[in-house]
Write a protein that binds this ligand. Structure first.
Ligand SMILES: Cc1cc2nc3c(=O)[nH]c(=O)nc-3n(C[C@H](O)[C@H](O)[C@H](O)COP(=O)(O)OP(=O)(O)OC[C@H]3O[C@@H](n4cnc5c(N)ncnc54)[C@H](O)[C@@H]3O)c2cc1C
Length: 411
């Protein structure tokens, strides 16, 4: 088959490139920005995703820059412990959960792709404008970067849109879809250098969205100064929002008030927020699931196909699983359109369930249950509020839907 054209060198595009190269399928990645730089803050890779990255020989490189997360720990806004469970290898999985800077993850993927496939297989400054196809292949039109004047029409065997939540290809096939859908929750995100807290590899969720919720986890191991790089997200129900821009700076005064009395024995939250290197502001958005992604020789992958609200640590992971499934389909089925249809069949329903569950019952549903049952008051003991069995069931239910229960991964 002629080259696979991959549009976008984010987490999904690079992972697809690595998988196709391993399978001996020629491909080239076209990325809009002039230089792929380590942008973003923290991301989590759950064992279903780290299993696929290990199969690409990347576990050791990731382990050098990530934290192998040991436990998920939930508190109410009074700092009372609700629930704790082990994660990754500590929970008996064959693969770790990694908490990692998105930029570090992207650089591990980028270095591996350039080393293995060759640097000329990634072309920057190519902003996709549209796709077309005929019996023999696809034609993808690019400009030299966003808003660039020069045009390039490139031919390939199939085109895979990995161009993220504002995908140009998705807009071409679904012109009336409109802007990403705001969940009603705004996020302020940052990283702070701080001494290790709790197990030193804990993923903390605390509070609830209506009064202010925090997600906190370390993304780099302790440095020579004894500190870790710790990622945090403040999530608050907020009626208004501004369109997502991955680089928009946030202001402390817009969100710090609900956390001003969060002085816990494991963390002084306001001091920790104030010590951040910088603060970014993103609205929590997704899109309604699509009924199809594949159109003949063209399909979508990752956020372009199924953007989801980041409440279950599955955005990057599902893009990684898509890349594996698409490569298997292209390796096993000679007709490109049939291969893309088979990929869609395998992945669309599975990711639709996650997009919808992330809206209603992601892992932080544990916090909602306790918030509602206690009417946002401190409790005497958690057993008076909710049983351990119910807490485990809430957590395990999400693992099954998102495809990372231990049983599913051993199959
Ligand atoms: C700059 C940036 C920062 C992010 N920061 C975070 C974060 O801190 N935490 C988090 O959980 N998630 C973050 N994400 C989203 C996260 O990477 C995705 O949710 C997830 O990893 C799925 O990956 P993806 O490859 O589908 O999309 P992305 O990782 O978003 O990658 C899409 C890629 O396509 C490129 N692109 C876009 N339009 C075009 C076009 N028309 N032509 C060619 N290329 C195009 C983009 O530059 C990008 O490299 C960020 C995404 C970006 C782009």
């Amino acid at each position: 088959m002629d080259e696979v054209i991959i549009i976008g060198a984010g987490i999904g595009g690079l992972t697809l490139g690595l998988n196709l190269h391993k399978a001996g399928i020629p491909c080239r990645i076209y990325e809009s920005v002039p230089e792929v730089r380590a942008i973003g803050v923290g991301i989590n890779l759950l064992p279903h995703a780290t299993k696929e990255l290990a199969a690409l020989g990347l576990e050791a490189a990731l382990a050098k820059v990530a934290v192998a997360t040991k436990d998920a720990t939930f508190f109410n806004r009074f700092g009372q412990l609700i629930y704790q469970e082990p994660l990754g290898r500590a929970a008996g999985y064959d693969h770790p959960q990694f908490s990692i800077h998105r930029g570090d993850l992207q650089m591990v993927l980028l270095d591996a792709f350039r080393d293995r496939a060759g640097a000329d297989r990634l072309v920057v400054n190519r902003h996709c404008l549209g796709v077309a196809q005929d019996e023999a292949g696809v034609t993808v039109t690019f400009s030299d970067g966003p808003g660039g004047k020069e045009r390039f029409a490139l031919r390939g065997g199939v085109a895979i849109a990995c161009d993220g939540i504002n995908s140009a290809v998705r807009k071409q096939f679904f012109p009336d879809e409109g802007e990403p859908r705001y969940s009603g929750v705004n996020m302020w995100r940052g990283v702070t250098r701080w001494k290790p807290m709790l197990s030193g590899a804990s993923m903390v969720r605390a509070g609830w969205l209506s009064h202010g919720k925090m997600v906190i986890y370390p993304i780099r191991e302790v440095g020579a100064d004894g500190l870790q790089l710790i990622n945090w997200v403040a999530e608050i129900e907020t009626p208004n929002y501004r369109k997502r821009d991955w680089n928009r700076a946030g202001s402390l005064q817009d969100f710090i008030a609900p956390f001003s009395d969060w002085h816990f024995d494991w963390l002084d939250v306001p001091a920790f927020i104030r010590a951040a290197d910088s603060v970014l502001e993103f609205p929590m958005v997704d899109q309604d699931p699509l009924l199809r992604w594949s159109f003949g020789r063209i399909t979508m992958l990752g956020d372009a196909a199924h953007p989801m609200v980041p409440r279950g640590s599955n955005g990057a992971g599902q893009a990684i699983l898509d890349a594996k499934a698409l490569t298997s389909a292209l390796s096993g089925i000679a007709d490109p359109a049939a291969a893309l249809a088979a990929y869609e069949k395998q992945r669309l329903e599975a990711t639709t369930r996650i997009v919808l569950t992330n809206r209603t019952n992601p892992p932080d549903a544990i916090l909602r249950e306790v918030f509602q049952r206690t009417h946002d008051k401190p409790f005497k003991t958690i057993d008076d509020v909710i049983s351990r069995e119910e807490l485990v069931a809430l957590s395990d239910g999400y693992k099954r839907i998102a495809g990372y229960s231990k049983d599913a991964l051993r199959q």
